[in-house]
Ligand binder design. Structure first.
Ligand code: NI
Length: 431
């Protein structure tokens, strides 16, 4: 029997708190799960620094990847035999779902920004490079690794396959919204996925929703909206993110200045030099990064040691609402006050902005084009969701942006009481 058709003698199941069970029958899927590259995802948290805000959020990208696989598996059970569905694409969909986040590094958000990396690029490299994952995919057929990479990269010719993994209502989002809600313990993020899976239909090159499922989809869109502001952009999580980025900046800066580290940044050197190969990338997971932070807490350099102590012991920066575009004068004054009292503003005065668009339909030519969600009407017409749903229409295309200024209030408070700078800093921050 061809490798692609091989089934395990007995189905394997993973107990999962969100989907109850994840079912594996295909030998290929089982073999992929067993590779070191996939197992590495156990050591990368799904939500980065969010565990410092919501202590339950310790779940990993491994959990999420299995979850996305399971959702796609269930969608395809429902698609089998329907006119627009080609079941030869089944294994491809399952592999792409399982591997879609394979290239995520430790605390990817900050790492990607500081070192100008792209996890999607690394996902491609792991799938196509000299890895265990590649070896297994090649056994299916020699073109298969490239197909999996194309689906994840959204360039695969069959757009129906792509839309299962990435669209405004895809398996990826349906898994992470529920999983992140479960592990953070918040009461947003819940919606009736079983219902949505039952009303999904393959129509030509996209997945659409039967009109009778519209309210379940509304719930899903609202839960996404809530999760963004209540969990993903939580200001305390962003404070931890800010400190993490500043540690990486400082370490890179010290390395470039030939600073003599007590604890050499061996695993980071290719990152500092902007020349990261796959092997280095895969070696640096979150347990390694956190180990370095503990070691660097004892460095002679007071900035890196302070930032590492803060991150390790969760002594985060405080924040105020602050829009530097509107408050340029205050920003410049704060900057020089911080410098005068010896708090390097490059590390201790940080503006961070977040923004999100909860749902958007296609507007040609715009920067972030998004494919709309279509409803399948009883007469077989397709209607864009926001034209039918008042709730979705109300939040469509509305981008919300939030600016905050982060700083170590404990340092400011420790300045002498008769310090004019201290009084002025507090005055600006409280205004
Ligand atoms: Ni994902």
């Amino acid at each position: 029997m061809a490798y692609k058709d091989e089934k395990l003698d007995e189905e394997k199941v993973f107990k999962d708190p969100v989907h109850r069970y994840v079912h594996v029958r295909d030998q290929v899927i089982w073999d992929l799960i067993g590779t070191p590259e996939f197992q590495r995802l156990r050591r990368v948290r799904q939500l980065g620094t969010t565990y410092l805000t919501f202590h339950g959020a310790e779940h990993s990208r491994f959990n999420h990847s299995l979850g996305v696989y399971e959702i796609v598996r269930r969608i395809l059970l429902n698609f089998e035999g329907r006119p627009d569905w080609n079941n030869d694409e089944r294994l491809l969909c399952l592999c792409a779902a399982l591997l879609h986040d394979l290239g995520h590094g430790p605390f990817s958000h900050s790492f990607e920004k500081v070192f100008k990396l792209d996890h999607e690029d690394f996902t491609k490299k792991i799938i196509l490079g000299d890895t265990h994952v590649n070896e297994i995919l090649k056994r299916v057929d020699l073109e298969f690794p490239q197909k999996v990479a194309d689906v994840i990269n959204k360039t695969y010719e069959d757009k129906l396959v792509v839309s299962l993994i990435s669209s405004q209502i895809d398996a990826d989002r349906m898994d992470y919204l529920q999983r992140d809600a479960y592990f953070t313990g918040v009461s947003y993020g819940h919606f009736d996925m079983e219902r949505i899976l039952r009303v999904m239909r393959p129509v030509e090159d996209q997945v659409v929703i039967k009109e009778s499922g519209m309210h379940a989809v509304e719930d899903y869109i609202m839960s996404r909206y809530q999760m963004y502001w209540q969990v993903y952009f939580h200001p305390v999580t962003r404070s931890a993110e800010v400190i993490l980025s500043k540690i990486l900046h400082r370490a890179k800066h010290l390395y470039e200045q030939n600073y003599k580290f007590d604890f050499e940044p061996t695993h980071f050197i290719s990152f500092f030099e902007g020349d990261v190969n796959l092997e280095d990338y895969l070696r640096l997971d979150e347990s390694v990064v956190l180990f370095y932070f503990q070691m660097w807490a004892d460095e002679k350099d007071s900035i890196i040691s302070d930032l590492c102590v803060r991150f390790t012991n969760r002594q985060l920066f405080k924040y105020v609402e602050f829009n530097p575009n509107l408050q340029m004068k205050e920003w410049m004054e704060l900057y020089s006050l911080f410098r005068d009292v010896g708090m390097d503003p490059e590390y201790y005065l940080v503006v961070d902005s977040s923004s999100d668009l909860p749902y958007d339909f296609y507007r040609p030519g715009e920067e972030e084009e998004r494919l709309p969600i279509h409803l399948l009407m009883p007469n077989q017409d397709l209607r864009e969701l926001s034209r039918e749903s008042d709730i979705v229409e109300a939040i469509s295309g509305k981008k919300r942006t939030d600016h905050k200024l982060y700083f170590p209030l404990d340092f400011v408070e420790a300045l002498p009481d008769d310090s004019e700078a201290k009084a002025r800093i507090l005055e600006i921050l409280n205004s």
